[in-house]
Write a protein that binds this ligand. Structure first.
Ligand SMILES: Nc1ncnc2c1ncn2[C@@H]1O[C@H](COP(=O)(O)OP(=O)(O)O)[C@@H](O)[C@H]1O
Ligand SMILES: [Mg+2]
Length: 234
């Protein structure tokens, strides 16, 4: 595998081409953003932590029969992945109410959501990633009805794999965001799964163990990312 030109630089990662047409390298940066990139900063060694955590979780999901873009971890900050065509839909799975849904619907912080709620957001930074319905997805041709049905089934399955994994490590999986892509007509889980894209609450103390520490200036950001890594990769 020879790393080639940069295909895309996002807020948290860079994507590089390789000498294989259907493979890319994901390079994890320390850059952190929140509130649609209005807040910017750096979380020291976040890229290393998120690459390790994502690697562990993609391996776990593959073992559980979920097809992902993950091929192998190449280095501290680099992961080899299948090059997919990302569906411009962010899928959010909620087991408890917090964050944007509280503001939107006036729910009580921490309200249990069972069965879990699935929400779709249109992946478009210039629009601020707005909430969309299945009818919007159909109207805008973002995905077929069959693909939307698969996204929901896959997301619930992923939740059922991840929830007990974190529970055993003293963490409540409150909510998380997934991105999927198309590869040879197949839907693959893509992007990353990390404290940047999930909310974890410590089961003992209720402490926030994710990017909310950065969003809300809660302090001990680096230490918390390292603690999540320690628990996930122990
Ligand atoms: N396997 C893949 N193939 C192609 N693109 C991918 C793959 N996995 C993730 N991506 C895309 O690469 C980008 C990753 O960089 P990131 O910094 O998260 O970007 P963004 O600022 O758009 O969130 C995302 O836009 C994501 O959708
Ligand atoms: Mg991203």
């Amino acid at each position: 595998m020879i790393q080639g030109d940069m295909l895309y630089e996002g807020k948290a990662k860079k994507i590089f081409l390789t000498d294989q047409p259907d493979e890319v390298v994901q390079y994890f940066k320390d850059d952190a953003t929140a509130f649609n990139a209005q807040k910017k900063g750096t979380i020291l060694e976040k890229g290393i932590v998120n690459n390790k955590i994502s690697t562990r979780l993609f391996e776990l999901l593959e073992q559980a029969g979920v097809a992902t873009h993950f091929l192998k971890k190449l280095s501290d900050r680099e992961m080899l992945a299948r090059r997919v065509k990302i569906l411009p839909i962010e899928v959010v799975i909620r087991n408890r109410a917090t964050g944007s849904i509280i503001k939107r619907l006036g729910l009580e912080e921490g309200l249990v959501i069972d069965p879990p709620l699935i929400e779709f957001f249109y992946k478009d930074d210039s629009l601020g990633d707005p909430l969309i319905t299945e009818d919007h997805i159909r109207m805008m041709n973002l995905a077929t009805s069959d693909q939307v049905a698969s996204l929901k089934t896959l997301s619930l399955k992923i939740n059922e794999v991840l929830k007990p994994f974190f529970q055993e490590r003293g963490m409540m999986l409150v909510d998380f965001k997934l991105e999927f892509g198309l590869w040879n007509g197949q839907i693959l889980l893509a992007d990353e799964i990390s404290p940047d894209t999930c909310r974890f609450w410590d089961i003992q103390t209720g402490e926030r163990m994710d990017k909310d520490r950065f969003r809300k200036d809660l302090g001990r950001i680096e230490e918390t990312y390292q603690e999540v890594l320690r628990r996930v990769c122990a």
